[in-house]
Design a protein around this ligand. Structure first.
Ligand SMILES: [Zn+2]
Length: 408
């Protein structure tokens, strides 16, 4: 029969054969049995072993055919393995206790990376939860088989879900540009969990960690990896500086509201942007504003003077630049700029580490945008666990279970 023959080929059956294919309850049921000729294989070590007993019949959802659900029906055998003892046989279409075949998990998970999980589910006539299980199977396989033997530079960052109400701590491999780990929370305990999960030996191999000036992360890194180079992320520092400039603008706009309400309107990005990226109109507006003795203009000049800080190649020159800038900023009589300057001074050693180990979370920025897309696609990721699954699936660069037939 043709269906049986296609099933045999696409499932790559070797030690099992199809006993019958029947139509039952609107599904195609494929009933399998062990083929007598060859012995079974141990799921623990992969060696051939004699059978021990037969377990209760199980059913697996498989890839639908012509829109008709397909179910595999098989009573798994246990084997007597000289090394592992009495264990379950290796079933080529199945992994662990999952009610989905590996092929179906791959099909659903492949689509779930591109479109909303709800849409995937409705296309294939499954429940949303089936798609979730599929992604979980594929991610678990990937986590068990990925290679994290050479983590050298990692980035720690946070993202939020549910409109910023819940934070997740993200750990990235900065060399491979992949997400390694994600968990709800942004406390000391959250990040500690990551280091515990990779083990002390792996921790010792990490050379440098890039993160924001967030005290709980800093504490945990110092506690768990006392010898690592901690580098504060330059993009976060620039962001903090931008916020300080913007605060100066807002305060000044409020003060000038009565006499010239239009003066600083819509100038936010003019002060924040890199001058080479300004549009012609913004450039003209800026050159007009520069003629006035505005506080925000002084803040802007301070911000621009900080920009070249990152171009230094020697730690000594960078240090001198910082000292000079600190003096200027703290004498600027602009409170937000002074606060920023003091923050920089407090964290100076780890900022200057950048000139020893020039890493930044720039790659992470792109990945975080991707994370936002993933979280939009999956609106309805209510639980932290599902959110983490979706992120690892989309950004973990995880290895996938091998299939002999491509179903999608
Ligand atoms: Zn074995």
């Amino acid at each position: 029969m043709l269906v049986a023959s296609i099933a045999r080929k696409t499932l790559n059956l070797k030690r099992h054969r199809i006993r019958k294919v029947v139509e039952a309850n609107g599904s195609i049921e494929i009933h399998l049995v062990p083929s007598k000729r060859s012995s079974l294989v141990c799921s623990g070590c992969g060696r051939r072993c004699p059978g021990y007993d037969t377990r209760k019949q199980r059913r697996w959802k498989h890839v639908p055919l012509w829109g008709i659900p397909v179910v595999l029906v098989y009573a798994p055998r246990r084997v007597q393995c000289p090394q592992c003892g009495v264990v379950m046989e290796q079933i080529p279409w199945s992994k662990g206790k999952s009610p989905l075949t590996i092929a179906l998990s791959m099909v659903l998970a492949t689509w779930a990376r591109q479109i909303a999980w709800k849409v995937v589910a409705s296309f294939y006539g499954f429940h949303w939860n089936t798609v979730r299980k599929a992604v979980k199977d594929v991610v678990n396989y990937g986590l068990a088989h990925r290679d994290i033997g050479d983590l050298l530079y990692i980035g720690v960052d946070e993202i939020s879900r549910r409109r910023g109400h819940i934070y997740h701590t993200q750990v990235y491999d900065l060399v491979e540009k992949r997400l390694l780990w994600s968990e709800e929370g942004r406390t000391k305990v959250t990040l500690r969990e990551f280091f515990v999960s990779i083990g002390p030996e792996q921790c010792r191999r990490i050379r440098a960690i890039c993160c924001d000036m967030w005290a709980p992360y800093i504490d945990t890194i110092k506690e768990m990896l006392p010898k690592v180079h901690l580098v504060f992320d330059k993009f976060h520092i620039v962001q903090h500086l931008g916020k300080a400039v913007d605060t100066v603008r807002k305060e000044e706009a409020a003060r000038l509201k009565a006499e010239s309400p239009e003066l600083l309107k819509k100038t936010r990005y003019i002060w924040l942007k890199n001058p080479v990226n300004l549009t012609e109109n913004q450039r003209l507006r800026l050159s007009d504003l520069e003629k006035l003795n505005l506080k925000v203009n002084r803040a802007y000049l301070l911000k621009e003077a900080f920009r070249t800080f990152w171009d230094h190649t020697s730690p000594l020159a960078a240090r001198m630049h910082l000292d000079q800038w600190f003096w200027w900023a703290t004498h600027s009589r602009l409170q937000p700029m002074r606060e920023f300057a003091w923050m920089i001074r407090r964290h100076q050693d780890h900022i200057l580490n950048y000139f020893k180990v020039p890493i930044d979370n720039g790659a992470v920025e792109g990945l975080n945008n991707k994370a936002k897309v993933i979280s939009h696609r999956a609106y309805g990721y209510r639980s932290a666990e599902t959110f983490t699954l979706a992120l690892l699936h989309g950004m973990g660069k995880l290895p996938e279970p091998p299939l002999t037939h491509r179903f999608v």
